[in-house]
Design a protein around this ligand. Structure first.
Ligand code: SF4
Length: 347
């Protein structure tokens, strides 16, 4: 039984600013930051695709019809204020085009991989949205009673989620839909851990380096948590021996849209990014034959340890936090560090 639960979103929040994490997840203060409309629309698409996959259809046309039909029902119940009827119809066309592009690019293949997994006869939910995964880390804590050995080690359950899983060869792949992959930064253009990615990860945590990359670093920590959660899912489903992979699919990348305003049609493409190869370090893989990265997993334990110990002082990376995290922070009005910077006198 774990002593504490933490979501991967909370860990990423801590990377952006420890004080922000404290406000949101320790003091549980409400922030004015609202989900963007595109996040809500992606949620509709996510639910429609998951319901489509749940039908068991593997033929591309049948799967597309199932997804579009479900999307139509969800859209009729969807309440968002648009400037005009034309804008509402346009956004609906974008969603339809994205659903079709998903089925065409990967959806039908994933549905077949899902069917193969179901045919193994393993009991267990394979389609979400938000299929919960859990991973556990043990962290040491400073105990007020040093003689009590139990107090020096704490078990923390790290919670993540994927929208569905499917089988591909000897792998179990977890898929999560996201609005965009912009926050991945350098990871979008690299295919392996060794080199730039390894350097960026080390530099982010180096107190003598100004690198501040909570987006890609958070994604790598999240990948560690998700892959461990997928391994645990494999054990539960009796699929031991499978390697695990983690795939992100963006569903609101407007740069992929092509709009014909005369015929009022929208076309788009959907391209996922598999974070697994960027995550694996070959030394750990060689030792364990699992998709793991010792450096990232050790750092994850350290970050969780700091977080659990109540270390929320943002001063270590203050310059970077002030320029990168404060501008869009919903807690600025009550944050002592931010306010003290705002009201200081020159000279
Ligand atoms: S205003 Fe800045 S320092 Fe304060 S909680 Fe937000 S991000 Fe952190």
């Amino acid at each position: 039984m774990s002593d504490r639960r933490l979501s991967v979103g909370a860990i990423e929040s801590y990377l952006r600013c420890p004080r922000r994490y404290e406000f949101a997840h320790v003091q549980e203060l409400h922030s004015d930051e609202a989900d963007s409309p595109s996040t809500d629309r992606v949620d509709l698409l996510r639910r429609a695709i998951c319901d489509g996959l749940r039908t068991g259809e593997t033929d591309p046309d049948s799967l597309e019809s199932a997804v579009i039909e479900r999307l139509s029902t969800l859209w009729s119940e969807y309440d968002e204020r648009f400037h005009s009827r034309a804008q509402r119809e346009f956004e609906r066309r974008v969603l339809d085009a994205t659903a079709r592009a998903y089925v065409d690019a990967v959806g039908a293949a994933h549905a077949s991989g899902l069917a193969k997994l179901r045919n193994t006869g393993r009991a267990g939910e394979l389609v979400g949205p938000d299929l919960p995964l859990s991973s556990t880390v043990s962290v040491s804590t400073s105990s007020s009673a040093p003689s009590d050995a139990d107090d020096s080690l704490r078990s923390v359950a790290l919670e993540s989620a994927v929208d569905y899983v499917y089988g591909e060869g000897s792998s179990l792949v977890g898929v999560r839909f996201v609005p965009t992959i912009d926050s991945l930064g350098l990871l979008r253009y690299r295919s392996s851990w060794e080199g730039d990615v390894e350097t960026l990860f080390a530099d982010h945590f180096d107190p003598d380096d100004s690198t501040f990359e909570p987006g890609p670093v958070g994604a790598l920590l999240e990948t560690a948590v998700v892959l461990d959660g997928l391994r645990e899912l494999c054990d539960r489903l009796g699929l031991e021996g499978r390697t695990c992979r983690y795939l992100l699919i963006p569903l609101a990348d407007r740069s992929q849209n092509s709009v014909n305003w005369v015929s009022e049609t929208v076309e788009t493409t959907v391209e996922g990014i598999d974070l697994t190869d960027i995550f694996i370090d070959h030394h750990t893989f060689g030792m364990t034959h699992e998709h793991r990265n010792g450096t990232i997993e050790n750092r994850l334990a350290t970050v969780v340890e700091q977080l659990v110990s109540g270390s929320f002082d943002p001063s270590r990376q203050w310059d970077q936090i002030e320029s990168e995290s404060c501008p869009d922070c919903g807690y600025a009005v009550c944050c002592p560090e931010y306010l003290s910077q705002e009201v200081r006198f020159d000279g």
